[in-house]
Design a protein around this ligand. Structure first.
Ligand code: HEC
Length: 105
């Protein structure tokens, strides 16, 4: 070998490393709602899929949002979900609902 200058080799290695780091950064960014949703996993199962209390997957975002607003308003009593729902803004509830609606049952 090698007519290939060392500097060119070093440049190639650097470029490959940079590209793989960019790919790594892309895969570690959570989609919106995922971090908030992790608060729900202990009771509703990982990704809302059970086992546990009611599964959250397989419902539309608007239905989930409506249910959370009902809990928040106290219409559904004073259970654990009412207390839990009070901790979120409407924007956060939309993100949560959107995220759960995209998970496979
Ligand atoms: C401490 C346990 C607990 C946590 C944490 C929890 N839930 Fe619940 N959730 C429940 C229980 C228990 C029920 C059933 C309550 C009832 O029927 O009134 C429920 C019911 C629900 C329902 C109604 C489902 C249906 O089919 O009627 C929705 C929607 C819901 N939870 C969403 C969430 C979301 C979103 C989070 C996270 C932000 C969350 N829950 C976190 C315990 C929990």
């Amino acid at each position: 070998m090698s007519a290939l200058p060392r500097s060119l080799l070093a440049l190639t290695v650097t470029a490959v490393l940079a590209a793989s780091q960019a790919a790594l950064a892309q895969t570690t960014v959570s989609p919106p709602g995922r971090l908030l949703a992790s608060n729900c996993f202990q009771c509703h199962g990982t990704n809302g899929n059970g086992p546990g209390f009611d599964e959250l997957t397989g419902k539309s975002a608007s239905k989930l949002f409506k249910e959370m607003k009902e809990y928040q308003s106290g219409e559904e009593g004073e259970g654990i979900m009412a207390v839990h729902a009070m901790g979120y803004t409407d924007a956060q509830l939309r993100e949560l609902s959107q995220w759960f609606s995209q998970q496979q049952p």
